[in-house]
Write a protein of this length. Structure first.
Length: 157
């Protein structure tokens, strides 16, 4: 999860470069498929100048509006959501729970069973860590056998 967070932080830090690459790829794709590549903009509305006012507001182009109002907003929102949903406590819990996923159950050996991770998880739910670790080792063995039998059955068909 930290790798994913870092990728979004890097993307935001290099947003201009990433945007240019995205536009290039999008235009190439659109040209290849005969899609219009022009960003249509709304007509600039005239705004009355006050007495003595010499400057006027600059209007953003369609491409600039898309970048600011959509691309950057999405990058910021995803980064914020990742940080709020996957804080240190949640990531630690996910790592502990990964022992019980199919990939964790099929891992090559029982050496990767981190008794500290199991202990922390069991402490949260008031379970006996040694008993859970023993049951997990037994279940892993059974799960691997069942998985192999299922895979062999698929290979026969």
């Amino acid at each position: 999860m930290s790798h994913c967070k870092k990728k979004f932080e890097d993307a935001r830090a290099n947003a201009d470069l990433l945007w240019d690459e995205l536009i290039e790829e999008s235009v190439a794709f659109a040209n290849q498929h005969g899609v219009d590549t022009e960003f249509h903009t709304e007509r600039n509305r005239k705004k009355k100048k006050l007495a003595g006012e010499k400057s006027s507001d600059e209007r953003l182009t369609g491409k600039e509006c898309l970048k600011i109002d959509t691309f950057l907003v999405v990058l910021d929102e995803v980064s914020q959501q990742l940080n709020s949903r996957f804080g240190e406590h949640n990531v630690a819990l996910l790592k502990q729970m990964s022992l019980f996923t199919p990939a964790g159950l099929l891992s090559s050996s029982n050496d990767d069973l981190n008794s500290d991770a199991i202990r922390k998880l069991c402490d949260q739910y008031e379970l006996c860590a040694e008993e859970v670790q023993r049951e997990l080792v037994d279940f892993r063995t059974t799960y691997r056998v069942c998985s192999q039998v299922t895979q062999q059955g698929k290979n026969l068909h």
